[in-house]
Design a binder for this molecule. Structure first.
Ligand code: SF4
Length: 378
């Protein structure tokens, strides 16, 4: 199982919290499309598998491209790999791009999963975040997509936003549940450096939400999602039965993926690679057949730490038999020993020889995962 990810590095407007690589200059969208095609050809041997089971268009804003342009990229993938007949093909989209005619065309394409960045249904929060849609537009976009037959839809919601009361958060989630969608990705607001939000925070123009309130919002999310039939399968991801994101799961299950486009990351089980995060430099390097990525060869212990980080965050957990098989007896014993105190304190449970975070463990997952890391002595 392997996947192809396209990073579409364009947005029509910059959200004030966003640290992803993107440009609001849309002049080079066609040129970029050609570079994607060239990069696919250049890297056709990167995955040592002949077939692809997931394709993911992320960004940035993939919906800056027309559905026929997205289909063209899928056709390009098909030139080099066999796209499995039940492949999951996801496209992220901004709600205000999903008008009737766009969705009609998209529903005839090979895209079979939509991931819609809604973030909030409250217009004052959307204005604060500098989103370019209203809550009502977002709600209607999902309904339109469903009417046109999309039956695998994910929505994004952000909590911990300044001014987001518990009451407003509950209203957001109630609307999500009313929409009867299949998947939710929900993240705590991060103040990444170089975002408008972090600058406003520094200047005292924004007040961070109280940590306790953020924690209560996360807790409510977990409980209410479960009550509404969602499986909490990764720290920030929830799905109805049968709708776990196969593409994102491949990141957490140590599967190979090829990332195309500026800033896209790739992994082939041995090394990580990431493309230059600059549109012009990326396109120039592709055209002139120069290096456009950096590589990191993963040491044995890097791979172990990656394994901890990716497996413990999922509801499948970290399987101790697999630890022994992949990393040997010493690291197996290290995990068994580390787990003892967390099992006793109900932060971790052991099932079928896998260590799985309990709810109390999910709330402090970063601390637990770093405690399991193997730190090499200098
Ligand atoms: S959050 Fe999405 S739409 Fe907003 S700037 Fe970032 S990538 Fe673009």
């Amino acid at each position: 199982m392997s996947g192809v990810y396209f990073h579409i590095p364009f947005c029509k407007q910059l959200c004030h919290y966003c640290a992803f690589h993107k440009s609001i200059s849309l002049q080079a969208t066609n040129e970029m499309l050609n570079c994607f095609k060239k990069e696919l050809k250049l890297r056709k041997d990167y995955l040592n598998q002949k077939s692809v089971s997931t394709i993911y268009f992320g960004g940035g804003t993939p919906s800056v491209y027309q559905p026929e342009q997205i289909e063209l990229l899928i056709d390009e993938v098909a030139k080099y790999w066999n796209i499995e007949s039940d492949a999951e093909i996801t496209m992220e989209a901004n709600p205000d791009d999903l008008n009737q005619s766009y969705l009609e065309k998209l529903s005839k394409s090979s895209v079979n999963r939509l991931s819609v960045g809604i973030q909030s249904f409250h217009d004052e929060d959307l204005i604060l975040m500098n989103r370019r849609h209203t809550g009502k537009e977002a709600f209607n976009a999902i309904r339109r997509a469903q009417d046109l037959g999309f039956d695998n839809i994910s929505v994004d919601q952000i909590y911990g936003v300044p001014g987001l009361s518990m009451e407003k958060w509950k209203e957001n989630l109630d609307l999500v549940y009313d929409l009867n969608i299949q998947h939710i990705s929900s993240y705590h607001l991060m103040y990444d450096p170089n975002t408008v939000f972090s600058k406003k925070l520094e200047k005292g123009q924004l007040t961070e939400l109280d940590e306790e309130e953020s924690f209560e919002q996360f807790k409510y999310l977990i409980d209410s999602a479960r009550e509404n039939g969602f499986i909490h399968y990764e720290i920030s991801n929830f799905s109805k039965e049968g709708f776990i994101s196969r593409h994102n799961s491949s990141y957490w299950q140590q599967k190979q993926y090829l990332g195309i486009g500026p800033s896209a990351h790739s992994y082939n089980l041995q090394e990580r690679e990431w493309n230059i995060a600059h549109n012009y430099k990326y396109m120039k390097a592709i055209d002139e057949k120069e290096d456009f990525s950096e590589k990191e060869n993963l040491s044995f212990h890097d791979r172990f730490n990656d394994f901890v980080l990716t497996s413990l965050r999922t509801y499948w957990g970290m399987n101790l038999d697999q630890v022994k098989e992949l990393f040997g007896e010493q690291l197996h014993q290290h995990c068994v020993k580390k787990a003892e105190k967390y099992i006793q304190s109900n932060h971790i449970r052991k099932e079928n020889n896998s260590l799985i975070l309990c709810d109390d463990g999910v709330f402090v997952s970063n601390d637990i995962m770093s405690d399991f890391f193997w730190i090499e002595e200098e």
